[in-house]
Design a protein around this ligand. Structure first.
Ligand SMILES: C[S@@+](CC[C@H](N)C(=O)[O-])C[C@H]1O[C@@H](n2cnc3c(N)ncnc32)[C@H](O)[C@@H]1O
Length: 264
């Protein structure tokens, strides 16, 4: 793990920084706080029934750990992570909780009970997962570093795995990602903290979405800046995907975002 640096985030929990990618794994404001506020808290309304959860980009597992801490009945958690070493590394970091969460996960890694690990590219795994999920966490690195984790093709496959009354959650609220979600026909909402959008929540059941995108925000998805990332065969690399998107933007006749904003 030579290219990974440990940082102490503002809530005292450990966060990681990837030196070669120049990208953080966790918010500097608090790795544990981020897992709760952007992923678990928005899904608490579903905490009435046994849950099947999909954790995409497990990393060192904050979202899964926070889910185990906060949900009463979890039927299963499927965790997908490309880097096996990270999952092992996570046991070095204490996760403060009344439940011994690291022990629960370690045992499941040895002998899966309700937690299953898939150490592979999510793009190779997603079509093979044979259930629908009540909750899906999507926590990839930012699109300008790893566009392959946010293509409309991958998002389409992810949303196909969501139960009709399930919730999809991500910290990402960039326009290409919102537009990719919009194209699936799902209702999209904002996760809000102190009047600021900190993430996205989406569901087929619009009753579950408290702060849906308004008409002004939906209008932005029709501008050039919301042109999605494409990865038709789920096997292109970041450079190819971004080059193709840049070309699409260049050739597009759609309105620019700045022009759209000036109208309001
Ligand atoms: C922002 S970090 C996730 C942090 C994590 N949720 C946590 O709580 O520690 C992004 C993660 O995506 C993983 N990743 C990158 N490309 C991937 C891929 N194609 N499939 C699955 N995981 C991937 C990285 O190894 C990294 O751990």
């Amino acid at each position: 793990m030579k290219n990974i640096e440990i940082i102490i985030t503002k809530d005292g929990s450990i966060g990681l920084y990837n030196k070669s990618l120049g990208e953080i794994y966790h918010s500097k404001e608090g790795a544990k706080t981020e897992a709760f506020e952007k992923f678990v808290m928005p899904c608490l309304p579903l905490n009435k029934k046994p849950l099947n959860i999909l954790d995409i980009c497990y990393g060192i597992g904050y979202n899964t750990k926070c889910a185990i801490e906060n949900f009463n009945t979890i039927k299963s958690i499927d965790c997908v992570e490309i880097d096996f070493k990270l999952a092992k590394k996570s046991f070095e970091f204490e996760y403060k909780s009344t439940k011994n969460i690291n022990k629960i996960i370690k045992e499941n890694l040895k002998k899966p009970d309700f937690i299953n690990f898939y150490f592979n590219d999510i793009r190779k795994i997603i079509k093979k997962l044979d259930k629908t999920y009540d909750i899906i966490f999507h926590d990839g690195f930012a699109p300008h570093k790893q566009a392959e984790l946010w293509s409309e093709d991958l998002i389409y496959e992810i949303i196909k795995k969501l139960d009709k009354n399930g919730l999809y959650c991500t910290y990402n609220h960039s326009k290409p990602v919102l537009n990719a979600l919009y194209k699936t026909g799902i209702t999209i909402g904002k996760t809000i903290k102190k009047n600021r959008t900190i993430g996205t929540i989406a569901s087929y059941n619009s009753n579950l979405i408290q702060n849906p995108l308004n008409n002004f925000e939906l209008g932005m998805l029709k501008t050039k800046s919301a042109i999605t990332y494409k990865d038709k065969n789920l096997n292109s690399n970041h450079k190819l995907i971004t080059n193709y998107r840049n070309l699409e933007i260049k050739n597009s006749t759609l309105e620019t975002l700045s022009h759209y904003l000036k109208k309001y």
